[in-house]
Design a protein around this ligand. Sequence first.
Ligand SMILES: Nc1ncnc2c1ncn2[C@@H]1O[C@H](COP(=O)(O)OP(=O)(O)OP(=O)(O)O)[C@@H](O)[C@H]1O
Ligand SMILES: [Mg+2]
Length: 330
Amino acid sequence: MTTQTITAPISPHGEAGSPAVRVEHLVKTYPHPDGGTFNAVDDLSFTVATGEVLGILGPNGAGKSTTLEIIEGLQRPTSGSTSVFGLDSIADNAAMKTRIGVQLQASSYFAYLTLEELLTLFGSFYPKAIPAEELLDKVGLLGKRKALVGQLSGGQAQRFSIVAAMVNDPDIVFLDEPTTGLDPQARRNLWELVRSINDEDGKTVVLTTHYMEEAEELSHRVAIIDAGRIQALDTPVGLIGSLAGDHAVSFSAHRAIEDDGLEALPAVTGVRAKANGVHSYELSTSSPRDTVPALFQMASVRRFEVADLTVHAPTLEDVFLNVTGRSLRD
Ligand SMILES: Nc1ncnc2c1ncn2[C@@H]1O[C@H](COP(=O)(O)OP(=O)(O)OP(=O)(O)O)[C@@H](O)[C@H]1O
Ligand SMILES: [Mg+2]
């Protein structure tokens, strides 16, 4: 895991005092399939700082796309408000559109236009646009300039959809599940692209994802959302530190260890003997650096051998489990 600090340059375009995104008491009510209504977005409030990468992590139906689409001005909220660089998503929509780049969860393009023609077309909608070749070069698709989107691989199509969101040289880019459906290698390539959009091009990024690892790798802060509500919002390190719970120390011994010993080790909060035929144990500990040396000391006094020792640091997965009571993919 990498530790990141938020280096938030003040955008030359940013209105003084306005965050890149402000969401206030946002509610979106939809008809419920079984009758009545429900809040797909349920009183969300958060801000995104200029220069930041905010990851919105949540399961299917959490309200991620709905939230983004309201911020982008593509959907109306039921109540509450959203703004980007101080520009209201509804009232200042036209001005806001020149500042934002939008990659939708499902994009479809005119099937008969080449990549180059599509980017040129999109660029024509804006007062200023980056040339198509420059954009294609950025994502390694210059060689495919004459190709149709339908002729691209999954990873290439995804890269194209990101760069298509950047024709107007936006100050902020919204990416809705940029890597869903990609293989691990293509996903890593995309992470590089998203990072460069943030730290080389200096753009603020808001992305949604189902993947813990992706949220943790890319985001300065992560908002965990479930059932239309923010369950937690902090840096990955902060979330893990405050919400994930204990480390797990696992090991096996060449003989059974007397019941009394392990629970008395420093920082240990729980002991589990694994019923897998050998003498395996899992200790929950708030501090492996206190527990592990004491374990070895105990082993030499009581004459047992410790093998296969692993320390599992808590992850965002554990945070998710703790704040929502279930795992992300269940
Ligand atoms: N136009 C609509 N009419 C009725 N219900 C809708 C509509 N759009 C979305 N919903 C419902 O609102 C909830 C939130 O949907 P949303 O697309 O925002 O979720 P999501 O977090 O983006 O999920 P996913 O990870 O699957 O993309 C879901 O229960 C969805 O079925
Ligand atoms: Mg979605």
